[in-house]
Design a binder for this molecule. Structure first.
Ligand code: B12
Ligand code: SF4
Ligand code: SF4
Length: 367
């Protein structure tokens, strides 16, 4: 691929609104080889979709070459979602009456839609470019965009596309932009990476001797540099985990009600992270530091209305209320006692059980 074509591919992504773009080849990278062991150890918890296998019984996410044999390279794109708002680690709320929703879920925009829309636009630009340069073969599958749901581990390809390095917190970190990045990929049937220097030179690891994220993680979910036990991660517990949260993990969840940003909030590479130019990521009022009683007592209609088009929907109303009740228990704030007394009788047994735990925790804390 000529340097000119590389530049023009990046231009397509930038024109579509992405902050970063690079090209990676489809290869059996070392990082992919640890995935089967990670799954076999059960570190994915209840996220069954990560166990998806092909007809030969192999894990789909371990080898893109098997699931998409037509694909030769990936155009990896990244979108900055950082806004000028505080970090969870700056949360010094004496009254402790509010919870914490992750930075990525404050706005009205679901990032899947926001990224996919841009990927489709970049795809169109790429197609025009490939037609113009004689690389397009009509009638064959040549481009396919994914955000999250593709049978691939996006961070590994982002690394080899030069977007950033995989930090000890497992996130992709870019030296200039930090880690508040959404990733999206376009699979292509072309050997775009063949002569691309970013493809053979992954972004260098700049974590160095730092271990802030590992130390700061309240549940010790980062079990080795770059390896997460998702079952312990607050993000998993508050978003993906259905049913009861294991008792022993509840105290360490603090006041997190949806996702967790701690291992990124403490990362020095995020200290000077620039703010996004995409206005759709501006937080909607009330979500940066939401009142816990508001969330715990939320009714279906208000949930639908408040979180329409938001990633928070994934937790479902029952899960979000469960999380808010746990946060009340961890708040040390006795103003929640009357509300929790009522929530112990809640028609949702999940909420009622966690409310009993929260009440007992508050009573113990209050002596
Ligand atoms: C499942 C999932 C989760 C799970 C599990 C996360 C995990 N670390 O495994 C949970 C629910 C916990 C989660 C949480 C979050 N997620 Co998530 N998640 C995904 C998803 C859908 C799949 C990831 C996956 O396959 N994990 C499996 C594990 C094994 O893969 P991995 O952690 O990426 O690990 C690889 C590397 O660590 C690598 N590796 C790194 N170092 C080393 C060292 C050695 C020696 C070796 C051999 C390997 C190795 O090997 C692993 C592959 O085998 C991706 C989208 C996608 N399709 O890729 C988004 C994705 C990773 N998530 C994302 C985000 C934003 C988050 C949160 C920040 C959301 C939040 N605020 O709560 C947190 C971050 C928590 C964290 N520290 O990772 C972004 C990451 C953006 C970025 N800058 O990195 C993604 C890419 C979504 C997107 N399209 O933008 N997530
Ligand atoms: S997201 Fe939170 S719980 Fe998960 S690894 Fe990072 S700091 Fe730990
Ligand atoms: S906090 Fe330190 S070790 Fe963790 S990802 Fe950031 S630079 Fe790497």
């Amino acid at each position: 691929m000529s340097p000119d074509l590389q530049t023009r591919i990046r231009q397509c992504a930038h024109d579509a609104g992405f902050d970063l773009c690079g090209v990676a080849p489809v290869r059996d990278f070392a990082e992919l080889r640890v995935f089967p062991t990670w799954i076999a150890d059960g570190k994915h918890g209840d996220m069954k979709y990560l166990e998806a296998r092909d007809v030969a019984g192999e894990l789909k996410r371990a080898s893109l070459a098997r699931v998409a044999p037509w694909a030769r390279s990936l155009v990896v794109c990244a979108l900055n979602y950082n806004t000028r708002h505080p970090c969870s680690t700056d949360l010094h709320n004496e009254a402790a009456s509010s919870g914490w929703i992750s930075r990525y879920a404050w706005s009205r925009a679901d990032y899947h839609d926001a990224v996919l829309r841009r990927l489709k636009q970049a795809e169109k630009g790429l197609r025009d470019l490939l037609e113009e340069t004689g690389h397009w073969i009509p009638g064959t599958r040549q481009l396919r965009s994914y955000v999250d749901t593709g049978p691939l581990i996006e961070r590994v390809y982002a690394k080899y596309a030069g977007i950033g390095w995989i930090g000890k917190n497992t996130c992709i970190i870019n030296q200039q932009l930090g880690s508040w990045l959404f990733l999206g990929v376009i699979l292509t049937s072309l050997d775009l990476a063949e002569h691309d220097i970013t493809a053979s030179l992954p972004a260098p690891d700049r974590c160095g001797t730092c271990t802030r994220c590992i130390t700061a993680c309240p549940t010790q979910a980062i079990v080795a540099p770059g390896e997460l036990d998702a079952r312990l991660c607050i993000s998993y517990l508050t978003i993906e985990k259905r049913g009861e949260i294991p008792n022993q993990l509840r105290p360490a969840m603090g006041r997190h009600v949806f996702g967790c940003d701690i291992c990124q909030d403490v990362c020095p590479w995020n200290r000077k992270a620039p703010v996004t130019t995409a206005h759709e990521f501006e937080p909607r009022p009330g979500l940066v530091n939401p009142d816990l009683d508001w969330l715990a007592e939320m009714q279906p209609e208000e949930f639908r209305e408040t979180f329409r088009g938001s990633p928070v929907k994934r937790a479902k109303l029952s899960g979000l209320r469960r999380n808010a009740v746990v946060a009340m228990g961890n708040s040390g704030n006795k103003k929640f006692v009357p509300a929790l007394n009522q929530l112990c009788e809640d028609p949702d047994p999940l909420v009622a059980e966690h409310a009993r735990w929260a009440l007992a925790t508050l009573n113990v804390d209050m002596g």
